[in-house]
Design a protein around this ligand. Structure first.
Ligand code: HEM
Length: 135
C-alpha cells in the first residue's frame, strides 16, 4: 500500500487491501470453472457461490472506493480508475445474473471462465492506471 493511501486513512487502506480478496476469488472462480469445463462436470452450487462471492467482494471494494473518494482523496488520474472499476463491476454482475437466471440444465462453466477473465483484466488495467501494482 502507498504512503499516500495510508495517510488517507483506514478507508483507503481497506479499499487497497480488499483487492487481494477480489483477485483471489476471481482466480478461484476461473480455476473452478476451467476444471468443470475440462472434466465436463454438471454445473453445480459451488460455481454459483464462487461467482456470488467474487461479485460481492468486488461490490464491497467499489463501496470502499466511493467512501475513499468522500474522504477527499481525488486527482484527475482517478477518473480512469473509477470508470474501469465500475465497468468491471457491471460485467461481473452480468455474468452472475445471467447464469443465475438460466434454467439449471442450460448453465455452463464457459461464461464464468471468459467473463471472470474479462473482469480481472479490466481490474488489472484499473489498478495499473493509477500506477499501483496489481499484487
Ligand atoms: C468505482 C469504484 C472505485 C472508486 C470510486 C475507487 C476510488 C479509489 C480512490 C479514491 C483511491 C485512492 C487513490 C490514492 O490513494 O492514490 C483508490 C485507490 C486504489 N484502488 Fe480504487 N476505486 C474503485 C474501485 C476499485 C476496485 C474494484 C479495486 C480493486 C479490486 C480498486 C483498487 C484500488 C487500489 C489497488 C488502489 C491503490 C491504493 C494504494 O495506494 O495502495 N479500486 N481507489
Amino acid at each position: 500500500m502507498t504512503d499516500q493511501c495510508l495517510e488517507a486513512g483506514l478507508t483507503c487502506a481497506a479499499h487497497s487491501g480488499f483487492r487481494y480478496l477480489v483477485l483471489l476469488l476471481g482466480v478461484a472462480a476461473i480455476a473452478y470453472a476451467t476444471y468443470g469445463l475440462a472434466t465436463k462436470r454438471d454445473y453445480d452450487k459451488t460455481m454459483r457461490i464462487l461467482s456470488f462471492a467474487f461479485t460481492m467482494a468486488l461490490d464491497f471494494t467499489v463501496l470502499l472506493g466511493l467512501a475513499t473518494l468522500f474522504t477527499g482523496q481525488f486527482y484527475p488520474q482517478l477518473g480512469g480508475h473509477i470508470v474501469m472499476m465500475a465497468l468491471a463491476a457491471i460485467v461481473a454482475h452480468v455474468v452472475y445474473g445471467v447464469m443465475k437466471r438460466r434454467p439449471p440444465a442450460e448453465r455452463t462453466y464457459a461464461p464464468h471462465v471468459l467473463g471472470t477473465a474479462v473482469v480481472l483484466a479490466i481490474l488489472a488495467a484499473g489498478i495499473l492506471s493509477i500506477g499501483r501494482s496489481i499484487v
